[in-house]
Design a protein around this ligand. Structure first.
Ligand code: AMP
Ligand code: MG
Length: 404
């Protein structure tokens, strides 16, 4: 049997970051930057006011107080997006709105709230410090500064900086197109009535969502019946339009395990047993040049296998700097057993108290128990040599909360 780590490395080795493309700014959301973006100009790019008020020479107002207000002559009026037409001479002020360029000669801004808001002359009972309420050119970003390193996932915050720095387009690794192909004669569309012996195709919906959550672009390519010709046709079609194919079902030892039957003939997919629970039967390789990971059919096995093998590969194709989920240190809240010789990925709920994070195993751990999977917050990773976890034992958890 193959270890989880060996199979995971084999899965990661199937792909590399997809070649960069240049996209309009908004299309880069959720993609990974393929370039280091540098500032073409400083931010702010000119000295401007952070308050509505009056641009003044601070020295003119040095003695201003309630009993001795200072009156200045208002010589100009500047709104954001417009330029001052006059320099501020001693005894003068320029009425100015937030974001407008500072006029020559002024070295501070008096907020309108401190004044009588006059338009010909203005009186202030308070003087600003030198430089008060002035946003200086380059105080945020200097020209030529590295704004965002390559490898960063673009979110709203990076978009703001890119837009401010004047980038209308940016070079990113595209999000991988992932075909989700479920197999099985028993599968029915969710929402349709179930004949005796049939079940809803929950896996392909789960995996579509999981691909989206992992930052891929999924398309649903099933369900395909347990028929070798139908599967061959589906695989060929998906290989032509995908960066990665994931299938579920048909990889164990049964008589109608078509995925294994069809892909074993091509010789480019290895079917192996991985020492894990759930998720022992696994396969990976290529259809033509396109990577494929064949997941087991049992829903919890399919989910855990996706987490451990597929999600890291999707993140690698995306060009992410790191491919793993955050690990959380926890202690076990209730004893449970684990199979010898296999890594167990136990579904756990978590609570926090003064001991830190406490993990409670979800009751039944069978590979068909979808209720427990939906309730779980995390997977507790129990190594092959551990057969019993006691209350209070420290455990590393894979946190399943959504991230970037
Ligand atoms: P298989 O590996 O094809 O033998 O499937 C193992 C188990 O998973 C069987 O109980 C299947 O009915 C179930 N299963 C397979 N594919 C799906 C699917 N797409 N959605 C839900 N359950 C499935
Ligand atoms: Mg099947």
């Amino acid at each position: 049997m193959r270890s989880v780590d060996v199979h995971r490395s084999a899965a990661l080795a199937l792909g590399a970051p997809l070649p960069p493309v240049i996209v309009p700014l908004l299309e880069s959301v959720g993609c990974v930057l393929a370039e280091e973006v540098t500032a073409a100009w400083p931010l702010p790019s000119f000295d401007n006011t952070s308050m509505d008020g009056y641009a003044v020479r601070a020295g003119d107002l040095a003695g201003a107080s309630e009993s001795t207000p200072v009156t200045l002559r208002v010589i100009d009026d500047v709104a954001a997006g417009h330029l001052p037409s006059r320099a501020v001479e001693p005894g003068c002020a320029v009425r100015i709105m937030t974001g407008a360029r500072m006029p020559q000669g002024a070295d501070a801004v008096v907020p309108v709230e401190w004044t009588d808001a006059g338009t010909d002359v203005v009186s202030s009972a308070r003087g600003p410090e030198l430089g008060a309420h002035v946003r200086l050119r380059g105080e945020d970003v200097r020209e030529g500064d590295a704004l965002i390193p390559a490898g960063t996932v673009v979110t709203s915050r990076q978009i703001a900086l890119l837009a401010a720095a004047g980038r209308g387009e940016v070079s990113v690794h595209p999000r991988p197109r992932v075909a989700v192909l479920s197999t099985g004669d028993e599968l029915v569309e969710p929402g349709q009535p179930l004949d005796e012996g049939r079940i809803a195709d929950s896996n392909s919906f789960m995996l579509m969502a999981a691909v989206l959550e992992a930052g891929g672009v999924p398309h649903r390519a099933g369900p395909v019946p347990d028929d070798e010709d139908a599967l061959r046709i589906a695989l060929e079609r998906e290989a032509a339009r995908s960066d990665l194919i994931i299938s579920t079902g048909g990889v164990s030892m049964g008589a109608y395990d078509t995925v294994k039957a069809v892909l074993s003939q091509t010789g480019s997919v290895d079917f192996v047993k991985v020492a894990m629970q759930p998720g022992m039967p696994q396969g990976l390789g290529r259809v033509g040049s396109v990577p494929i990971i064949t997941l087991p059919g049992n829903p919890v096995s399919a989910y855990v296998s996706f987490e451990i093998f597929v999600r890291p590969l999707i993140r690698r194709l995306r060009g992410c700097a790191w491919v793993d989920r955050a690990r959380v240190d926890a202690v076990c809240g209730r004893a449970f057993t684990s199979p010898a010789g296999k890594t167990q990925f136990a579904r756990v709920t978590i609570e926090a108290d003064d001991r830190g994070v406490i993990a409670f195993p979800e009751g039944a751990q069978g590979s068909h128990i979808l209720g427990g999977l939906a309730r779980a917050h995390a997977l507790a990773v129990i190594p092959p040599e551990v057969t019993r976890v006691d209350e209070g034992d420290p455990r590393g958890l894979i946190d399943l909360s959504p991230d970037d």
